[in-house]
Design a binder for this molecule. Structure first.
Ligand SMILES: O=C[C@H](O)[C@H](O)[C@H](O)COP(=O)(O)O
Length: 220
């Protein structure tokens, strides 16, 4: 199976978690796109969706799925999204597509976070994938110095502006043995909007696609 076929298999499995008549939280990226396409086939059985990016909003709209503003939603039973890396505790690195801030906000409202991945995303220790950090543009140099002091090697994502009008620093060379503590530490840096560690609120369920099938792993 190709990596795209594995992503699609994980995304299709996530459709079983969609509660009929509900509003669905929808992530961003190539794996989430397969989920959106599947959701399009069952659009008459949901009220609509909250998108975590402009790109996902456009794809949802193209399928005729009603979009809701998160501020108008009090209950989001399920949020479905991919990840760049995920460990055994279901902590993740996200933001490879730059959508980390809105993803973290929508995920925070959701009751259940269902992560959909192909098996290449599973790691023993987070950090091989450079950690995306969304920053206020005027704080770029000062945040970069702070990240360097923490042992990372921040690289500006050239020519990229987030949906929120901010910049991304991709931080290389981190060994994230304690992702919950490091997520909190990064949140203390003035000028950081959001970091791509989803550890304090990790996934509740992982649907991991390998050639042998899709395995469900629940957080303990
Ligand atoms: O900003 C992007 C998101 O965090 C994605 O969920 C993540 O980058 C995984 O994307 P993909 O499914 O394309 O590998």
């Amino acid at each position: 199976m190709t990596q795209d076929e594995l992503k699609q298999a994980a995304a299709e499995a996530a459709l079983d978690f969609v509660i009929h008549g509900s509003i669905v939280g929808v992530g961003t990226g190539s794996t989430a796109n397969f989920f959106i396409d599947g959701l399009g086939r069952m659009k008459d059985r949901i009220r609509g969706a909250v998108a975590s990016s402009e790109a996902s909003a456009q794809r949802l709209a193209a399928h005729g799925i009603t979009l809701f503003d998160l501020n108008d939603v009090t209950e989001l039973p399920v949020y479905v999204d991919g990840a760049d890396e995920i460990d055994a505790s279901l902590a993740m690195i996200k933001g490879g597509g730059g959508a980390l801030t809105r993803e973290k906000i929508v995920a925070a409202v959701a009751t259940r976070f269902v992560c959909i991945c192909d098996a290449t995303k599973q790691v023993a220790t987070l950090g091989r994938f450079p950690l995306p950090v969304e920053i206020i543009p005027m704080a770029r140099a000062q945040v970069a110095r702070a990240l360097t002091a923490l042992g990372g090697r921040p690289v500006l994502r050239e020519g990229f502006i987030t949906d929120n009008g901010n910049l991304i620093l991709d931080v290389h060379g981190l060994q994230l043995a304690d992702p919950i503590a490091f997520e909190s530490e990064l949140n203390q840096i003035v000028g950081v909007v959001t970091n791509g560690l989803f550890a304090r609120r990790g996934a509740d369920t992982l649907l991991l696609a390998a050639p042998g099938g899709v395995r469900r792993i629940d957080a303990v």
